[in-house]
Write a new protein. Sequence first.
Length: 253
Amino acid sequence: MGLAPAEVALDVLLGAAIGVLSGIVGIGGGLFVIPLLGVFFGMTQQRAQGTSLVMVVPNVLLGLWRYARYQGFDPRGALVLALSAPVFTYVGARVATAAPSGVLRVAFGCFLLALAGFYGLRSRSGEPRIDPDARIPGRLAVSLGVLGGLTSGLFGVGGSLLTVPLMTTLRAMGQATAQGMGLALVAPGTVVNLLVYGRAGNVDWARGIALALGGVATMPLGVAIAHRLPERVLRVVFGTFALISAVGLFLRH
């Protein structure tokens, strides 16, 4: 059944708001839209994750292109991340589409809570040490690609959510730069993810396309804001939205 014109307009506006937030925190939008689809639209966890991917795919590609234009981006490391993730994204997605929806939702919520806790602890420490010339060594890039790919497949999003704090911690990479690298990791895998979830019938294409139209229009604005925010503020924003999303998932459960 198709969407009414008013519903399409509302979804486009919602996608536009999420697009700005997604650009700021360097993700495709799934962190925000998955809980919304589950809580307010009554979707199962798998269908919420699959539908969000329709918006995430173009947002990730556009966000990556915008982040790569800023100083500090590591093209070689980004390529290794991108090549390492897709196979493991497929494995994670196959597991997710067969898992009980409630279990998957709780697992995603716990993952987000752990992420929010990490950023909460880091925000209490002193001024973060930043290496403007930080690069990701080959072996580390492969390891991050494997971990990020599995996480992305399991939760529909999450690869960059996991690898961004690892890159800022292990390599003293700036938050905005790490967010761009995280997008490189998930870019190929999001397409794989969408194909797997779509074949399993876990995608609401009409709603997803409407969300994507709004998101693509406003994602560049969010990226520009991210590169103007102080490092600590950007990390607090990243962790806060992870916490809000986790609470929403547990309320749905």
